[in-house]
Design a protein around this ligand. Structure first.
Ligand code: ZN
Length: 341
């Protein structure tokens, strides 16, 4: 390569671009001169092999040519586009009244989709949908739920504490809505409360500082565990679109007595899989009959009324349904993940 060669290439390229009358041919020219393996790239790659004294001058000359040809191609491309537009307009084939191409539309987050489905299912069973604040009083989040300040259950639900008029926390579960519902609505009542909850958590594939739960509460006369099982089976049939067997194991939660862990038959296999860790059962939710102390805290007489409550992990349910193996994906905001739903 030498200055004369560069000038020759400039003259040749200018003539070719000016004579080009077709967008695809222009693209070919662009590739030939400016592409990754084009003429100019080849020259630039050869510069280190030149005598040191010639390198700066030739390098600058090639880069200048690169810029010039780039500008020429952009200008020629715009000119071709304008010509095509004018040709179509003159021929009467261009219809300016046609609507523009559609705008790309988003869609609901998989968590929102599932929450709405679950809400519909419970509404069909006579539940109403309640809402509660994400910033809660310590009383509603812990004490009224039978979790006094020195209770060990507080350790497993460490959260973010806020300065406020009284002790305030980011709620660790949707259970405080139980207290709000009890104090605002008179029994009999059936309420669900979906929403965001928070934990002070070292995050990993199965732990996240922010996730979604759905709280359920029924208070009526003569409420039994059988009613609880019926509601859960109806829910699972709606979500997985087939009958799902459930089982109860004793579990301790301060706000219910007796308390249970409800497991569902793995809907994905018949003889064990990675979702159920080969056990054929999936731990689904904590539940139980509402503790008399909780009813009292909500101003309801436990001698007259009884109820059941459950806490459904909505994030977990979304993960189960779609086979998602990392909870952090749900709120990570990565469109490559979200566009799959
Ligand atoms: Zn399984």
């Amino acid at each position: 390569m030498n200055p004369a060669e560069i000038d020759e290439a400039r003259a040749q390229a200018q003539a070719l671009i000016a004579a080009c009358s077709e967008p695809n041919a222009l693209k070919d020219l662009e590739r030939r001169y400016l592409g990754k393996s084009g003429v100019l790239a080849g020259w630039l790659a050869g510069i280190p092999a030149l005598p040191p004294a010639e390198r700066p001058q030739l390098g600058q000359a090639v880069n200048r040519l690169k810029r010039e040809l780039g500008e020429l191609i952009v200008a020629r491309s715009a000119a071709l586009e304008k010509e095509a537009f004018e040709r179509d307009a003159a021929a009467g084939t261009f219809d300016p009244t046609l609507p523009p191409p559609g705008v790309e539309r988003g869609h609901l987050h998989p968590l929102t989709q599932l929450t709405r489905e679950v809400e519909d299912l419970f509404v069909s069973m006579g539940y109403q949908v309640a809402d509660g604040p994400e910033i809660e009083t310590d009383w509603n989040n812990f004490e009224a739920l039978n979790i006094p300040p020195d209770h060990p259950a507080r350790d497993s639900q460490d959260t973010f504490y806020l300065d406020g008029p009284g002790p305030l926390v980011l709620r660790t579960h949707t259970s405080p809505v139980q207290i709000r519902a009890l104090t605002r609505l008179a029994p009999p009542l059936r309420v669900i409360a979906p929403g965001k909850v928070f934990r002070h958590e070292a995050t990993d594939a199965s732990h996240e500082h922010t996730f979604h739960q759905l709280e359920g509460l029924v208070v009526d006369k003569h409420v039994s565990v059988a009613h609880l099982i019926h509601s859960m089976k109806t829910l699972l049939r709606g979500i997985f679109r087939k009958d799902v067997e459930v089982r109860l194991r004793p579990g301790f939660f301060p706000f219910v007595e007796p308390g249970f862990e409800l497991d569902a038959r793995c809907p994905f296999c018949t003889s064990g899989c990675s979702v159920c860790k080969q056990t054929r059962w999936i731990e689904l939710l904590p539940c139980g009959l509402v503790h008399p102390n909780v009813l009292k805290a909500g101003g309801v007489d436990p001698d007259e009324w009884s109820g059941f409550a459950f806490g459904l992990g909505l994030s977990r349910l979304v993960m189960l349904r779609y086979g998602i193996n990392d909870v952090r994906l749900l709120l990570g905001g990565d469109l490559r993940f979200l566009e799959q739903f």
